[in-house]
Every structure is written in structure tokens, then in C-alpha cells.
Design a protein. Structure first.
Length: 183
């Protein structure tokens, strides 16, 4: 087995990415303090053609060298916007999106049991590294989604959580596509 070179990966260029049909997912970053986490979320969003990222509150926005270090150019492909107030944004998004806090709550649905409705746009809210999604934002969301965990820790890093959730939902939304399998 031979590792593929980047040129063999058949990836989109910037223009093709812009024109490509996007996955009906919006990511809302609620007061993320780590610039590396922000960059990592951009990179995952690029990988799965996420429609847009909203950077809220204390979440830094591009251009910034520490975001760029992990985003590796994804800030130039993925649409993004800064909003000061996460709660006001969620109230606005609720008009057109099913808003889901990725958070541990009393009624959170385990990710493996959550199936997005085709045609319904989702806005996924990811919270601060220490405090999680703000309670007033959780209250405003339609639902909460939880990544099942089985070890001793209570949470995953926000960039890891975003990658896991986006991959899972992309897979469920695109399960009708023919998979490209290599022998």
C-alpha cells in the first residue's frame, strides 16, 4: 500500500469549493477562547463543505496567525461571519434553521440516535472550552445533541467535538451517495 500524494487526492480548488453544493450545516462557535480550536473547526468545516461558521462573543476571527496555523487556508474557503451576541443570532437562525446545542443536557439526544431530516438546515452550537454552551443559548435551541462518551472525562475538546458531529451528520445526510472505495 502506498500513501497518496496531495496531487492524487482529487480535492477542490477555491473556486470549485465556492461553487460546490454545501452541506446544510451552520456552525456557531459560542465564546471559544482557543485560536487553535477555531482554526481546527474551520478545517473540519472545509473538509465536509459546511455552509457557514458564525464566530460569536470572545471567539476570535480571521485573519490571525494562530487561527491560520491550524486552519491551513480554510478561512479563505469557508464562509464565516462574526456576531457579538450568540443568543440574538440563535433567535435569528431559528426562523430558518433547526438549532441544536451540542451540549450535555437532561434531554440531549445521543449523536448516534440523531438523524437529520433531509432538506432541513441545521445550526449546531458549540460552546466554550470550560463553560460549554451558555445556558440562555441552550434554552433558545430547539434541541440538544450529545456525543456519547464512556471514559472518565466529562467532555471532548471543542475542535474534536465539531469534527465528530460534522462528520457524523455529513455521513447521515449523504448516505445515498456512492462511496468511493479503493481496493
Amino acid at each position: 500500500m502506498r500513501k497518496l500524494k496531495n496531487a492524487e487526492l482529487d480535492r477542490l480548488n477555491k473556486e470549485e469549493f465556492t461553487q460546490a453544493e454545501k452541506t446544510p450545516l451552520i456552525l456557531v462557535l459560542d465564546n471559544i477562547r482557543s485560536l487553535n480550536n477555531i482554526g481546527s473547526v474551520f478545517r473540519s468545516a472545509d473538509a465536509f463543505l459546511v455552509e457557514k461558521i458564525y464566530l460569536c462573543g470572545i471567539t476570535a476571527s480571521p485573519p490571525h496567525k494562530d487561527i491560520h496555523k491550524t486552519a491551513l487556508g480554510a478561512t479563505e474557503t469557508v464562509a464565516w461571519e462574526y456576531r457579538r451576541d450568540t443568543l440574538m443570532l440563535i433567535r435569528e437562525l431559528k426562523q430558518t434553521h433547526y438549532c441544536v446545542a451540542v451540549e450535555q443536557t437532561e434531554t440531549a439526544v445521543p449523536l448516534n440516535r440523531f438523524y437529520p431530516s433531509p432538506g432541513r438546515k441545521l445550526a449546531l452550537v458549540f460552546g466554550n472550552e470550560v463553560k460549554g454552551v451558555a445556558q440562555d443559548v441552550v434554552n433558545e435551541c430547539h434541541a440538544a445533541l450529545e456525543i456519547p462518551q464512556f471514559g472518565t472525562k466529562h467532555s471532548l475538546n471543542i475542535a474534536v467535538s465539531a469534527g465528530v458531529v460534522v462528520w457524523d451528520l455529513w455521513s447521515k445526510l449523504n448516505d445515498h451517495r456512492d462511496a468511493k472505495e479503493k481496493p
